[in-house]
Design a protein around this ligand. Structure first.
Ligand SMILES: Cc1cc2nc3c(=O)[nH]c(=O)nc-3n(C[C@H](O)[C@H](O)[C@H](O)COP(=O)(O)OP(=O)(O)OC[C@H]3O[C@@H](n4cnc5c(N)ncnc54)[C@H](O)[C@@H]3O)c2cc1C
Length: 455
């Protein structure tokens, strides 16, 4: 297991530099147009593919970084540019996460390239879980999958599906055994233009308008048996376990992985809003000076500075845990998503407030960020659902102390064993201070080294 670190490597800095440059030069200039048109930003996705940001190997690289930092660093920069365009670029990665979680190696090899395509032949992917009667209570989903010979037949309705109806690959969560709740569900791959799958309507949204979102209907939609992710043997094994009261849901497992990703997206919008507000408040004058000189303006921004950093640290911790297979016993993924999404909403609202009347009209980008930010408290589990996930741990897991108390320690060298506030080091330190006045220089230097763990 790689230890948690905040130290960025040269490769991290290079990734941030490239992603930021793309966001600033390509995404931001296109943001107002696609926000108005409410259409899939094909040309920007194409540019992302040419820049190397839109293919499964790129995400495999980011996900396999043992520090866990590459993925949130990349996402924050892209969503700093525009949340709607960012979501379109990243949606296949969310679907890929479900494919990686539930699919066999052969299925991953078959479908992952189809989710992204290549420059000049861009493809899209979607993950369809939510339904009109409710998205939070995943146990109540009604889309059914029934085996018929060599095929599965899907029937039901999905709603709010990013890239729904225009995706080349749609991963669909459906019920195979209604008595088993979330554990009686499975994931299926539905290819583009499969008869029986149709876009009912494109949805008209408050924000994230550059991302295509739709309602999908499945009516006797037949797909080959091999499109069941994980295969039938694994499904039957899972259902048997579920009947014994064991196992977990594929959809919920995917959300655990993707929540730190959504946290990083929210941080992009939070940072964009915060930076804009600070800059505007430094330049805008009222009553004889820049408005930032008033504590009524600077204090809420100071709170945001601290809260954005706090949310980023939670996000990075959860990403590191996900990268190292450390389970979210205390709902750490949910903590990161909850804090980042709520700070994004506050930062965008504060940016509108700081900009006054200019903040309320589309001349400035802050009104768009205000509309965009709200989604983060809703999708991939609402804020209430994140609190529910964290709340469930309070009676059992949380009483064991924070997660880092439960992780194995390292067994470093002499200074590490004496360091970290051990009793031995405290006593040695006391003795050293008593002797320090009269000790020769060489002894003082040795003592100084021991007193500075990690050097
Ligand atoms: C723009 C957009 C894009 C989306 N993209 C996708 C996508 O690509 N794929 C996909 O599958 N889904 C997607 N979603 C769906 C999203 O995940 C759901 O909207 C979300 O999970 C909430 O479900 P719901 O809207 O049915 O709300 P409901 O479940 O009906 O909840 C309504 C309200 O009740 C609260 N609530 C519910 N239960 C409790 C409880 N026990 N305690 C306290 N409060 C509770 C909720 O927090 C919420 O405030 C998207 C949604 C939007 C808006």
């Amino acid at each position: 297991m790689s230890g948690f670190t905040l130290e960025l490597t040269p490769a991290h800095h290079e990734l941030v530099r490239r992603a930021h440059a793309f966001s600033e030069d390509v995404i931001r200039p296109a943001a107002p147009t696609y926000d108005e048109l409410q259409e899939c930003p094909w040309e920007i996705v194409e540019a992302a593919a040419r820049a190397g940001f839109y293919n499964p190997l790129f995400y495999a690289d980011l996900i396999s970084d043992p520090t866990g930092l590459s993925l949130p660093l990349f996402l924050e920069e892209i969503f700093w540019g525009c949340a709607g365009i960012g979501l379109t670029i990243v949606l296949p990665a969310l679907a890929l996460s479900a494919l990686n979680q539930a699919g066999t190696p052969e299925q991953i090899a078959r479908w992952a390239p189809e989710m992204f395509g290549s420059p000049g032949d861009i493809k899209l992917a979607a993950l369809a879980v939510s339904e009109p009667q409710g998205g939070s209570d995943v146990a109540k989903l009604q889309t059914r999958a029934v085996k018929d010979g060599d095929e599965w037949v899907l029937d039901g309705t999905k709603i709010w599906i990013g890239n729904g109806g225009i995706a080349d690959v749609t991963i669909v969560n459906a019920v195979v055994d209604p008595d088993l709740g979330t554990k009686g569900q499975a994931m299926f791959v539905v290819g583009k233009d499969t008869p029986g799958m149709e876009q009912v309507r494109r949805l008209d949204k408050l924000g994230h308008r550059a991302s295509h979102t739709a309602e999908l209907a499945f009516t006797g939609c037949r797909i080959p048996a091999e499109n069941l992710l994980g295969g039938e043997g694994k499904l039957n094994h899972k259902l048997e376990k579920a009947r014994r009261g064991e196992g977990r849901s594929a959809a919920l497992g995917t959300f655990e992985q993707t929540r730190p990703m959504v946290a990083a997206m929210a941080l992009g919008v939070a940072r964009a809003s915060f930076e804009y507000a600070c800059d505007y408040a430094s330049r805008r004058e009222a009553f004889g000076g820049p408005i930032i000189e008033n504590q009524g303006v600077s204090f809420p921004l100071a709170d945001l500075a601290a809260d954005i950093d706090a949310a980023r640290l939670l996000c990075w911790r959860a990403s590191w845990m996900a990268a190292n297979g450390v389970p979210f016993h205390l709902g750490e993924g949910s903590m990161s998503k909850l804090k980042a999404s709520e700070v994004a909403v506050r930062a965008a609202e504060q940016a509108v407030q700081v900009c006054g009347g200019w903040g309320y009209v589309s001349d400035l980008p802050v009104e768009k960020w205000y509309r965009d930010a709200k989604l983060y408290t809703i999708f991939e589990g609402t804020s209430e659902i994140q609190r529910m996930v964290i709340g469930r741990t309070l009676a059992t897991e949380a009483v064991k102390g924070p997660q880092h108390h439960q992780l194995p320690g390292d067994h470093g060298g002499l200074s590490r064993r004496f360091g970290h506030g051990s009793l031995a080091r405290a006593r040695a330190g006391e003795a050293f201070l008593k002797l320090a006045k009269n000790a020769p220089h060489a002894l003082l230097e040795l003592g100084g080294r021991l007193a500075s763990p990690g050097r």
